[in-house]
Design a protein around this ligand. Structure first.
Ligand code: ARG
Length: 403
């Protein structure tokens, strides 16, 4: 092959080695693309490193706003938690990376794109399905899936070509970070019986070390989108960063799961997602106040479908558009404020209010302000219980002894 390839470049060992490897094995000029999705890094240093190890060009794109507004907040409105536990931080960033790879490939007139994912994970699927959807003509090269090198061999390769091996390699974990969360894999975590060591965590204090007095936070939502913390309006990026600090300092947001990967592997995953877990909880409690019982129940089914779809790399699909439209519609009255208590690893909703609240004090109270007509209950029970009574009489439902 000849021409250019756009490589999604993190600055880590694998993608640095990939720059050299793509040149040697495919004879391609490498344009390194680094995407800022809120993973705090020195992007100038990453750019310099890409050029130093042989890229012809290094591009950094700040996509934090885009990531928050088009990926994170819609997933929050959807209540998206894969298998009920994982807020999908890594998964949500992949279609964005796919899209930007395509955009830059077009600008550069590249014939191919490339990424550093291995052949065992979900990320290769998410990126490649996205690229194929948007630009089926582009060739996709996945060096780490092709080269078959062990960690040691990769390091040796790097040393041979004078590619700096980061000191952070002493970290025994494989880590992916963005605004919505931090995913931690490998090392001792691969034994599902072993409790994650404290050094696996970076964003959350150990609940043992967390303050002895609880923290309180109020989150304002407008149609399912958070816009204020403690009455102070702020943009999404800042809001997530602020909340992440706050909740993390109280040890909130640690997740330890055994997860079903799309490629058929069960894997042990550790996540830190302080802001995500607080926002998801706050959002759900506001919905409990502003949606009907039936809307809530239907939305829970949609949430499962939506989370699976994101996890499985199907972002650029019509089904996604359909689900997103349904979710948007459900958020019309999800406006209000939620108050939460953060204390030693726990996050608890302690208050909620909304101008569209369906909670009626008059209906709920047992005090003198009661407006509920208790005498109407008798007729309701008569009719509600009719089929129950009928069946019990005819078929004897409810006998305790075995027939
Ligand atoms: N299991 C998670 C997922 O599939 C996290 C993946 C982490 N990726 C990584 N490159 N470390 O979304």
């Amino acid at each position: 092959m000849s021409g250019k390839v756009v490589l999604a470049y993190s600055g880590g060992l694998d993608t640095s080695v990939a720059i050299r490897w793509l040149k040697d094995n495919y004879d391609l000029e490498v344009v390194a693309l680094t995407i800022d999705v809120g993973n705090e890094r020195d992007f100038t240093a990453i750019k310099e490193k890409a050029l130093k190890v042989g890229a012809v060009k290094a591009v950094v794109i700040d996509s934090k706003e885009l990531f928050v507004n088009h990926f994170i907040f819609p997933a929050l409105q959807a209540d998206a938690l894969y298998e009920g536990q994982y807020p999908l931080a890594t998964a949500l960033s992949r279609p964005l990376i796919g899209k930007l790879l395509v955009d830059v490939a077009r600008e550069e007139g590249a014939a191919a794109v490339s990424h550093g994912s291995t052949g065992k994970g979900n990320d290769q699927v998410r990126i490649e399905v996205s690229v194929n959807a948007l630009a089926p003509d582009l060739k996709i090269i996945a060096p780490a899936r092709e080269w078959g090198m062990t960690r040691e061999e990769t390091i040796a390769y790097a040393e041979r070509y004078d590619i700096p091996v980061p000191v952070t390699l002493s970290s025994p974990y494989s880590i992916d970070e963005n605004l919505w969360g931090r995913s931690i894999e490998c090392g001792v975590l691969e034994d599902p019986w072993v409790e994650p060591p404290e050094d696996a965590f970076a964003w959350t204090k150990s609940p043992k070390e967390a303050p002895d007095t609880p923290g309180y936070v109020e989150i304002g939502f407008e149609q399912g989108v958070p816009f204020a913390i403690d009455g102070k309006k702020m943009g999404g990026v800042m809001l997530i960063q602020t909340l992440s600090e706050m909740a993390g300092s109280h040890g909130v947001g640690r997740i330890d799961v055994l997860e079903n990967r799309l490629v058929g592997i069960k894997s042990r995953e550790i996540y830190e997602a302080p802001a995500a877990m607080v926002l998801l909880q706050a959002h759900q409690s506001l919905q409990a106040m502003t949606l009907s019982k039936e809307q809530m129940r239907f939305k829970q089914k949609v949430a499962i479908e939506y989370a699976d779809l994101v996890y499985n790399g199907l972002w650029f699909t019509s089904l996604h558009e359909d689900l997103a439209a349904c979710i948007q519609s459900s958020q019309r009255y999800v406006t209000g404020t939620v108050r939460l208590k953060l204390f030693k690893g726990a996050c608890t909703v302690v208050g909620r209010k909304s101008p569209y609240s369906l909670y009626s004090y008059g209906l709920a109270t047992y005090d003198k302000d009661d407006v509920f007509d208790q005498s109407a209950a008798a007729g309701f029970i008569h009719i509600w219980g009719l089929p129950v009574k009928t069946q019990a009489q005819i078929q004897g439902t409810g006998r305790l002894e075995k027939s």
